[in-house]
Ligand binder design. Structure first.
Ligand code: PMV
Length: 303
């Protein structure tokens, strides 16, 4: 059996603005999806959702990866099992992680030898096929790991502080939120345009701060970023209450991560205060994941 894993991700700066060509900074986080593969007579895909063959309803991403490998090799049967620590549909990159880890696992099983760039590209094409549209961000960061400035794909220093994610468990549609921002931008271009470019400037300033390991300033900038995300209508009361809870209990800074409207927020905090920050978000009603940045992208865990 071969086991491969891939990480989730958070946005430190720049979601939504990145859709308008502004830079963003993403960080791979140490919550992972693991894929086990073994030779079998037929296609068997199992997860907490059940056991299926190729099935685009239950296991769309893994099914698409299997079809892709069937087109480029003589793959007839394989048993694939999925174990994920990444909450599904919450903006933490769960679909990218399952896609990328499955590509790496089948690549290893079949001895094809894909490069990381090929894996990221194939993962993006599969996300596009399943979702209709997808940015390259999640698949790229999850393949490479680390802190990455996009669209430049510049790798920054790893951040060395605690990362706390607060999940509202409120479903949010990235497509809908991106459309809402576009509508607001069409209605008030002179107002919303500068907000989006200001968010982009935070990523530029953030790059220097990440490399300088100035977490106090990064946190302040994340708080400003949160204010601007609220201004363009992608906040909600739960996200606000979790971000304030995190800041009030000693986080350097806190903001929405991803599309907003629900989904998750992220706080960065000194290691020694992380317990209090996690407890504050939990008592405000959030489902909490305490994690850290990781420079380990997709990898083979065991052969
Ligand atoms: O919630 P997520 O992880 O799908 O992130 C969405 C990020 C946006 O900038 C809002 C959209 C995008 O495609 O970049």
């Amino acid at each position: 059996m071969i086991t491969c894993s891939a990480p989730g991700k958070v946005y430190l700066f720049g979601e939504h603005a990145v859709v308008y060509g502004e830079p963003a900074i993403c960080c791979a986080v140490d919550i992972r999806t693991r894929i086990n593969v073994a030779p079998a007579d037929s296609i068997i895909i199992s997860s907490s959702l059940g056991t299926t063959g190729i099935d685009f309803e239950v296991h769309p991403y893994v099914s698409a990866v299997v079809e892709r490998f069937q087109n480029m090799s003589s793959l007839e049967g394989v048993s694939i099992s999925i174990e994920s620590e990444i909450p599904v549909g919450s903006g933490l990159g769960s679909s990218a992680a399952v896609t990328i880890a499955t590509i790496k696992a089948l690549d290893s099983l079949l001895g094809i030898g894909l490069e990381l760039d090929d894996i990221a590209r194939m993962g993006h094409e599969i996300e596009q096929r399943i979702q209709g549209a997808a940015s390259q961000t999640d698949t790229y960061v999850c393949t490479m790991g680390g802190v990455v400035m996009i669209p430049q794909r510049k790798v920054l220093d790893l951040i060395d502080c605690s990362i706390v994610v607060g999940n509202t468990n409120i479903f949010s549609s990235t497509k809908e939120l991106v459309a809402n921002v576009a509508e607001l931008n069409e209605k008030f271009p002179d107002v919303v345009g500068p907000v989006l470019s200001s968010i982009g400037k935070m990523s530029v300033t953030g790059e220097e701060l990440v490399n300088a390991k100035d977490y106090v300033s990064i946190g302040k900038l994340m708080n400003i970023n949160q204010g601007l995300l609220d201004a363009i209508g992608v906040g909600c009361s739960e996200l606000s209450s979790f971000t304030y809870a995190a800041r009030d209990s000693g986080a350097y800074g806190a903001k929405i991560t991803g599309a907003g409207g629900g989904g998750c927020m992220v706080a960065i905090a000194p290691h020694e205060l992380v317990g209090g920050v996690a407890a504050a978000i939990a008592s405000a009603g959030g489902e909490v994941v305490v994690t850290k940045a990781t420079d380990i992208g997709v990898r083979v865990e065991s052969l």
